[in-house]
Design a protein around this ligand. Structure first.
Ligand code: PEP
Ligand code: MN
Length: 391
């Protein structure tokens, strides 16, 4: 399963952004037909869900929906009726009345409507009001009881369900929620990558951890994965870059918070954009194809990959030799009653590898993560040797 470290991916964001500024592909070929195409919504490229974070007033919903419709890029309109807010006292949504505004927006614009549900009663209300698509929010995905309750309420209902990633980077919870909907027979299922809570300093509101999308894809290759750049970025300035990264890693669509007067929004004001800005963002995206179109390009890729395959085999052989020596050291440590972990050696090893890596153009963070894993498994191996002897 591919695991790419978060820091590397964060740098990739920047790299992608720089790259895209320098190189504009002329007539970039369209992406492979989206897995979402069979869901029966209009077939924009990329598949786009847009609308305000929250439904605030009938006027706000209707104006935003009409403007979004006029821009012609959006397949589904979104607005939250119930807002799961971290602290009480913030705007917690209008509730059921908002669903009536959405029905009216749908009747006037023809746009299908999506909203968030967080319990079985929300599901009932949403179905009564003819909502076309629902999503499970990050704060709900973390709770298997709620997810199961919602899934049970959806038994026998043919409505598309989009499952946002849980707040923290745990693939199991995300997969688990998707499996619960699959188990009750939901056929139109997709995931939304909205980033993950982090305590580390980050330019993002929610750390992308793109590697989790790769892992999700490795587990469920047929599942469409959309990206929610709004909740990853947390501010307008980063939206384009995050949306482009999502396209570059071949995600299947976008959900972008869009509001007629974003600065006046009652929730998530900093990350919302106007329908016009949404169009500019979408027009600025470079949609790439999954495979090379020209044989000569494919040949170049194949040749380079062959070299990489060989290098990786060499790497594995080196690692295998390294572990043989680790085992020998383990035996000596056992015999001489020496602790397995020695902090002085650890620092020496890390610093030396970082210096050596720098001479070979490898980032210190990359070396740190790589050798942390190698060292972790070395310690594990030696622990096994010591334990074997103990029992
Ligand atoms: C939202 O989409 O407005 C929302 C609350 O998102 P999340 O669950 O990703 O925080
Ligand atoms: Mn929001």
């Amino acid at each position: 399963m591919p695991t790419i470290c978060e820091n590397t991916m964060q740098h990739l964001d920047v790299t992608f952004a720089c790259f895209n500024n320098r190189v504009k592909f002329v007539n970039a070929a369209k992406k492979h037909s989206s897995k979402l195409a069979s869901w029966g919504f209009s077939n924009a490229e990329p598949f786009l869900i847009a609308g305000p974070c929250s439904a605030e007033s009938e006027e706000q919903i209707l104006q935003t929906a009409h403007k979004i419709k006029a821009e012609g890029k959006t397949s589904v309109f979104r607005a939250g009726a119930w807002k799961p807010r971290t602290r009480p006292g913030s705007f917690e949504g209008i509730g059921t009345v908002a669903l009536e505004w959405l029905s009216r927006a749908k009747a006037e614009t023809g746009l299908p409507m999506a909203t968030e549900v967080a319990n079985a009663w929300h599901v009932e209300e949403v179905l009564k009001h003819g909502i076309d698509m629902i999503w499970i929010g990050a704060r709900t995905t973390v709770n298997p009881f709620y997810v199961q309750e919602i899934a049970n309420a959806l038994k026998g209902v043919d409505i598309p369900v989009l499952v946002k990633n849980p707040l923290h980077p745990e693939l199991g919870l995300w997969l688990g929620a998707i499996e619960r909907f699959d188990a009750v027979g939901i056929k139109k299922l997709a995931a939304i990558h909205r980033g993950f809570y982090t305590t580390k300093p980050s330019p993002f509101r929610n750390e992308p951890h793109w590697d989790l999308s790769f892992e999700l894809r490795a587990h469920l290759p047929e599942l469409p994965i959309l990206c929610d750049p709004s909740h990853i970025a947390g501010n307008r300035g980063l939206l384009q870059q995050v949306a482009q990264t999502a396209m570059d890693i071949n995600l299947d669509g976008l959900m972008i918070e869009t509001h007629v007067t974003p600065d006046k929004a009652l929730s998530d004001a900093k990350q919302q954009i106007t329908p016009t800005a949404l169009s500019t963002l979408i027009d600025g995206l470079i949609i790439k194809q999954e495979e090379a179109l020209e044989e000569s390009v494919q040949k170049k890729l194949d040749d380079l990959r062959l070299v990489i395959d060989q290098l990786d085999h060499e790497l594995i052989k080196s690692l295998s030799k390294r572990f043989e020596h680790v085992e020998e050291i383990g035996a000596i440590k056992l015999e001489d009653q020496i602790t397995i972990f020695q902090i002085k050696r650890w620092f020496e090893m890390m610093n030396n590898r970082k210096e050596f890596g720098a001479k070979h153009n490898l980032e210190a963070e990359f070396i740190h993560e790589l050798f942390s894993i190698i060292h972790k498994y070395s310690v594990k191996k030696q622990t096994e040797i010591v334990r074997k002897d103990a029992f």
